[in-house]
Design a protein around this ligand. Sequence first.
Ligand SMILES: CC(C)(COP(=O)(O)OP(=O)(O)OC[C@H]1O[C@@H](n2cnc3c(N)ncnc32)[C@H](O)[C@@H]1OP(=O)(O)O)[C@@H](O)C(=O)NCCC(=O)NCCS
Length: 206
Amino acid sequence: MPLALRLATPSDLDALEGLESRGFSGDRFTRRQLRHLLQRAHGLTLIAEDSTDTGVPLGYGTLLFRRNSRAARLYSLCVAPEARGQGVGKALLVALERDGRERGCERMTLEVRADNRVALGLYRRAGFRLSCWLDDYYEDGCAAWRMVKALGIPRERPAVAPPGSPSVAALAASSAPSSTPPSEPPSVPSRKDAVATPCGSPSMVD
Ligand SMILES: CC(C)(COP(=O)(O)OP(=O)(O)OC[C@H]1O[C@@H](n2cnc3c(N)ncnc32)[C@H](O)[C@@H]1OP(=O)(O)O)[C@@H](O)C(=O)NCCC(=O)NCCS
């Protein structure tokens, strides 16, 4: 399928909401959360459309950046059910990685439901490695894997925000999952704080 990827704007709110409602069986972003994502300064959302039929959204993906961090976080990735298996998810992921790299990020992280075999396969084949196990992460009690991929940015490249974040070399280099509950960085909420999100936690949407 000929694909066109573009930056989403606040006027894409309906499109994103439609993708969420058709793309996820649960754990959906609310309209309010989506609006916030679209307006967020430290993030970007890409929309995929059929280039021969623009205006029909096929999928979207959101990347978040944090001040003082060289990590980009894949916060959501969703493809319309009828468009799956045709490379849309992979194209979005590759484009978001490129955008993270261009913002000076050294690595990309994400959380994915432990029972989401398709997404896990996509991420692993794209070069993401299991980083840690997040027990009881989602609202329904499902665990998550955090995954990480080094984006290959030279350390002297400017970062999104002022440098000073701790070294992540050990995390990025690790391909071995930890079998014990992770020691959570402050940004990661407990499931009690999470309002069921596909790839991340709404504490980032505040
Ligand atoms: C996960 C998701 C984004 C993948 O998008 P997609 O457009 O269908 O994926 P692609 O067509 O780009 O395929 C990517 C890879 O997954 C494989 N794949 C896709 N659908 C598959 C399926 N149903 N079963 C097995 N493999 C599948 C493809 O063969 C491809 O493999 P490759 O990397 O070896 O080429 C999509 O299934 C989706 O939106 N799912 C619901 C929301 C979700 O789970 N999001 C992820 C949250 S972390």
